[in-house]
Write a protein that binds this ligand. Sequence first.
Ligand code: PMP
Ligand code: GLN
Length: 453
Amino acid sequence: MSRLVQARRLEGVDKNIWVDFVKLAATYSKVNLGQGFPDFPPPDFLMEAFGRAVSGEMHMLHQYTRAFGHPPLVKILAQLFGKLLGRDLDPMTNVMVTVGAYQALFCCFQAFVDEGDEVIIIEPFFDCYEPMVKMAGGTPVYVPLRPKAPKEGKLMSSADWQLDPAELASKFSEKTKAIVLNSPNNPLGKVFSREELELIADLCVKHDTLCISDEVYEWLVYDGKEHVRIASLPGMWDRTVIIGSAGKTFSVTGWKVGWTMGPNRLLQHLRTVHQNSVYHCATAAQEAVAQGFQRELEHYGKPDSYFVRLPKELQKKRDQLVQSLVAVGMKPIVPEGTYFLVADISKFKSEVPDVPNSDEPYDSRFAKWMVKNKGLAAIPLSAFYCGAHKDNYNSFIRFCFAKVRHVVGPSQLGLANPLRFGCAHITRNTGQELGFCMNNERSEWKGEPGWRP
Ligand code: PMP
Ligand code: GLN
């Protein structure tokens, strides 16, 4: 066949960091702190709900359900989020269930973005925003979070990465159709403050711009920080689509249940994309998520609520990982939210084998080298920047700390002799050494088989 097979919209969007790094991690990693998913089980009440849903007791749960969301799920979402947003939500018109947050994002860009429209994306950003905007015919316009030096003797925090208000304002024009906001932010873990959100909101109102608010990590905030929903700020409900994910909310990334919430004037267009693409999402998973939310609504704010317990557990893991990375000689940026932590690896530039004159950013070469030679998987920060800016912040890597078996106990990642690569020991709370070795030779995995996800 001599004619061009590929549609033009696929030009330049064929590479995908997850496809590449998941494969590398599967091949080489002994300790996989790369792709973001928990390696601990979801809460019992949720697994039990899923079990009931597929048990055959209610055999219609094996069939199609309502296209825009299984009624029990949209109802409970409207009830809970209505409370959080302080407004009445109509489950049928203000909520739509999607195949994970990915499809929610895809629906937004397909529904709102035309050829010639600009979409503002805050860097570093969850990588799929860029190709999704491009596939819709839009032009991404980037604005960076810029790091400020931390206080003397303190570790940097994700809060030290900030927008420059004048720079942000300069990106808005009559071509701007939307801005994508992701708070808490993947990869930095930044939780945007109310003041930062007000700045964005004022610009959205001034320029009549939509806001696509990716809030998949809304429950994962630490140190008493508050997750502020931009849709609750003046003038914002009417122009915001909120995106959520059961994958992150209940630690079930494989279920691929997500949702959108917003005014009907916006959601009606998401429904058009949805009904003409996937039509609806797995019924049994929706039913189980609905029951999970029902349970959480009943336990809201109580100590045994999963939304209280999970961040508490993860904050401990964050602190343990911070300690161990400091011991290794990396400089962690302490995240205020999410289950990701970005660390500065610039100290190792002189030590780690490098490929001179390579087009590939240094952090990407480092991360590949680290997984191949040391068995430790992480994701290069440059993956979260657009092509033109990949070299601006190329000496950082992102770790995921939602990993029970690799990030437990006080001294799991104590590297005796940092990247000369002395030996690292990962101990469980039993004290058992799992033999994650950062010697220069490949080490043998001494952990229990079957532990690797
Ligand atoms: N947004 C962000 C910021 C993410 O990190 C992810 C990855 N899980 C998604 C959206 C996609 O979520 P889901 O797995 O529910 O499709
Ligand atoms: N959101 C997850 C992460 O940032 C995984 C995304 C994916 O695997 N496509 O690690």
